[in-house]
Design a protein around this ligand. Structure first.
Ligand SMILES: [Zn+2]
Length: 82
C-alpha cells in the first residue's frame, strides 16, 4: 500500500449543498419583503427584485470598467507626455 492512498477528506466537514432542492422553499425577499417560493437554497430575493438587482449590478460593473479604462488611458497619456 502506498502512503499517498491515505487522505483526510473524510474528516473534513460536509459542505451544505447549494444544489437546487426537489421541493420549493418559501423565502422572504430581503429587498421588498414579499414571500416567494424557490428551489434554490441561496436565493434571497423574489424574481422581480432579482431582475432589478441584476440590471443594477450590470450597470455598476460597466461603470467600473469604464472608469478603469479612463484611468488607464489617463495614465498612458501621462506617461507619454512626461
Ligand atoms: Zn422582492
Amino acid at each position: 500500500m502506498n502512503q499517498c492512498d491515505f487522505h483526510y477528506s473524510h474528516l473534513l466537514p460536509k459542505k451544505p449543498g447549494i444544489l437546487p432542492l426537489d421541493e420549493n422553499l418559501v423565502r422572504q425577499c430581503r429587498r421588498c419583503g414579499t414571500t416567494f417560493t424557490t428551489k434554490s437554497r441561496i436565493r434571497k430575493r423574489c424574481d422581480a427584485c432579482q431582475q432589478v438587482v441584476a440590471v443594477q449590478k450590470q450597470k455598476e460593473a460597466n461603470e467600473r470598467l469604464r472608469a478603469r479604462r479612463a484611468a488607464r488611458r489617463a495614465l498612458e497619456l501621462g506617461l507619454r507626455t512626461n
